[in-house]
Design a protein around this ligand. Sequence first.
Ligand SMILES: O=C([O-])CC(=O)C(=O)O
Ligand SMILES: [Mg+2]
Length: 215
Amino acid sequence: MFCINSRVQGVTPELFSMYNEVMSSTIGHMTDFGFLKGLQPLFRPIRFVGNAVTVRIPHMDSSAVHKALDIVEPGDVLVIDMSGDTERSCWGGICSYIAKTKKAAGVIVAGCVNDVQEIIDLQLPVFSLGASPLTTRILGIEGEINTTISVCGVAVHPGDLIIADSDGVFVANPKDAMGYGVKAVEIQDGEAELKRKLDAGISLASISGADKWFE
Ligand SMILES: O=C([O-])CC(=O)C(=O)O
Ligand SMILES: [Mg+2]
């Protein structure tokens, strides 16, 4: 059965502008949750912030991926759950061409991609588990668009905030994202002062608190 829900705009303009400055690993200093572990970027440097449009497909059938391209809007990140298939690709150069034309922020495939050089030439930011010439087909079996999906063990909801950069991918629901974002900007802004202290000869262990474990 196919299921297609309306697009959800969860990411507000405030979140977009705040997260423009936030690095995924700054969040990694605060929480272990929400990271899509195991995904690799097709190229580096890479960076995007966007609003999740989710897709779930069964083994072999990428009908829902093609359909989802109809509803992608500028700033969206297409996040594709391939139901555990790590051998096939459901995403290649033509899909990338459309996503790029529609100004999608990026694409995340919990499976493989093909037409790698074409995607790199387009400079569409894509994360995946790898590359494969073995592809899915348009079979009309089943698929979902804008339902809750599971990517690398993390639940991704339509309208979630995605930040992806050369370090990796972080997903948060918009309500938690504000708190993480405020803290992350604070940490990043504090790094200039931290470097001044290091330049003045103060040790990192004394600033970070590591020293107290060695008393
Ligand atoms: O058509 C597909 O599903 C995958 C592909 O090769 C492309 O996007 O060019
Ligand atoms: Mg192709």
